[in-house]
Design a protein around this ligand. Structure first.
Ligand SMILES: NC(=O)c1ccc[n+]([C@@H]2O[C@H](COP(=O)([O-])OP(=O)(O)OC[C@H]3O[C@@H](n4cnc5c(N)ncnc54)[C@H](O)[C@@H]3O)[C@@H](O)[C@H]2O)c1
Length: 326
C-alpha cells in the first residue's frame, strides 16, 4: 500500500502517519503538507529518515502538483487531514477555511476520481451543530454554526456527491474532540496546560457548561486505519469516545492534576455561535470492532506530562487564544 496523507504535519495527521508506519510494516507513506502555522516537520522527526516515508511540501488546492505526486509515486489511497482547524480563526476570517477545506477537498476528490483510488475524508462532529439531547447518528442533518464547521460540512457534501455522481470510492468520518501530544497551543487543552505551566489564568467561554466528548489521538488513528481498510464505499462513520464533560469540568480536572485551584479560571465573553453540546452515536464504527482504549483521566495525565516535558516545542508559537474546538 502506498498512502498519501495530506495534512500529515499537523497534530492528528502526524500521529496517524507514525502509527501506520508502525502497524503496517510493508506500507509506504507520503506526507503532503503546506506547513501553515499549524504544521511542522518536527512532529515527524523520528521518521524523516525512514525509507518508507517521504515528506512533500505542497498545497492541496494545487491540483497539478497533487496529481504529479499521485502519479509519480503510484499512490493507492489518500487520507485527508489537511484543513484550517481553529474555529475562532474562522470567525475572524473565513477565506482560508473556504479555500483549503472546500476547494482543497474538491481538488483531492478530482484526483481520486481520475486515478480511481480510495479517499478517506477526516471531518468533525461539529457539522451536526449543537445536539441538545441524545446523540447524533450519521443520518443526522448537517446544521453547522461556525464558518469552520460549515466548510467541513461543505467538503463532506462534496464527498457524498462524488460518490453518488462518479462512484468515487470515498469514505467520510466525524470525530469528536481529539487530544494528545503536539496539538497546537491555540486549542482548548493545550491552552489550559501551557497557560498553567506559565502560571497564567485560563480563559473559559460563557458559563463553561458547553459539553464535548474527548478522545486520545491514538484511538482516532486506530479508527482511521480500520476504516481505510474495511469501510464500505460512500459511507460516513462517527468516531466518538463517549467521554463527555463540560469545559468547566475539563479545566477543573487539569487544575487538579497540576495541583492548582479554581482561582486560575477567568470567565470570558462567550464565542459567537458557540455550540452547547456535541455527542455522537458510534454504533456503526463499533460494529466494525473499534472502541476507544484510553480513558480520559489517563489521557489528561499523559498530555499534561507531555507539555511539561516538551516546553521548547510549544513555547515559541504559543498563542494567547482559547478555544474548545479540541
Ligand atoms: N483536532 C480535533 O479535535 C478534530 C476533531 C475532529 C476532526 N478534526 C479534523 O481533523 C483534521 C486534522 O486536525 P488537526 O487538529 O490535526 O489540525 P492541525 O491544524 O493540527 O493540522 C492541519 C494540518 O493541515 C496542513 N494544511 C493546512 N492547509 C493546507 C493546505 N492547503 N494544503 C496542505 N496542507 C495544509 C497544516 O499545515 C497542518 O499541518 C482536520 O481536517 C480537522 O478538521 C479535528
Amino acid at each position: 500500500m502506498k498512502l498519501l496523507v495530506t495534512g500529515g504535519a499537523g497534530f492528528m495527521g502526524s500521529y496517524f502517519v507514525k502509527y501506520v508506519l508502525h502497524e503496517r510494516t510493508d506500507w509506504e507513506i507520503f506526507t503532503y503538507d503546506k506547513l501553515t502555522y499549524a504544521g511542522d516537520t518536527s512532529k515527524l522527526a523520528d521518521i524523516m529518515e525512514s525509507d518508507r516515508h517521504t515528506f512533500i511540501e505542497g498545497d492541496i488546492v494545487d491540483g497539478p502538483h497533487v496529481e504529479e505526486v499521485i502519479a509519480y509515486y503510484s499512490v493507492d489511497a489518500i487520507v485527508n487531514f489537511a484543513a484550517e482547524t481553529h474555529v475562532d480563526n474562522s470567525i475572524e476570517k473565513a477565506d482560508p477555511f473556504i479555500r483549503t477545506n472546500i476547494t482543497g477537498t474538491h481538488t483531492l476528490l478530482e484526483v481520486a476520481r481520475k486515478y480511481g483510488i480510495r479517499m478517506l475524508q477526516i471531518s468533525t462532529d461539529e457539522v451536526y451543530g449543537s445536539i441538545e439531547e441524545g446523540r447524533a447518528a450519521e443520518t443526522h442533518c448537517f446544521e453547522p454554526n461556525s464558518p469552520y464547521s460549515a466548510s467541513k460540512a461543505s467538503a463532506d457534501l462534496l464527498c457524498r456527491a462524488y460518490y453518488q455522481t462518479y462512484g468515487v470510492d470515498v469514505v467520510g468520518t466525524h470525530a469528536c474532540n481529539v487530544i494528545g501530544p503536539y496539538q497546537y497551543s491555540e486549542k482548548f487543552l493545550p491552552t489550559i496546560v501551557t497557560n498553567l505551566l506559565q502560571d497564567k489564568q485560563v480563559p473559559l467561554y460563557g458559563d463553561g457548561m458547553n459539553a464535548r466528548e474527548w478522545m486520545y489521538v491514538e484511538d482516532h488513528a486506530r479508527a482511521i486505519l480500520l476504516l481505510l481498510e474495511q469501510a464500505a464505499s460512500g459511507e460516513r462513520y462517527n468516531i466518538g469516545s463517549g467521554a463527555e464533560i463540560s469545559n468547566r469540568e475539563m479545566i477543573t480536572k487539569v487544575l487538579e492534576i497540576m495541583g492548582k485551584d479554581t482561582s486560575y479560571i477567568t470567565y470570558v465573553e462567550d464565542r459567537k455561535g458557540h455550540d452547547r453540546r456535541y455527542a455522537l452515536d458510534t454504533r456503526n464504527i463499533r460494529a466494525l470492532g473499534w472502541e476507544p482504549q484510553y480513558s480520559l483521566e489517563e489521557t489528561l495525565r499523559y498530555v499534561v506530562r507531555w507539555y511539561t516535558e516538551n516546553q521548547s516545542w510549544w513555547q515559541e508559537t504559543k498563542s494567547t487564544q482559547t478555544n474548545d474546538n479540541a
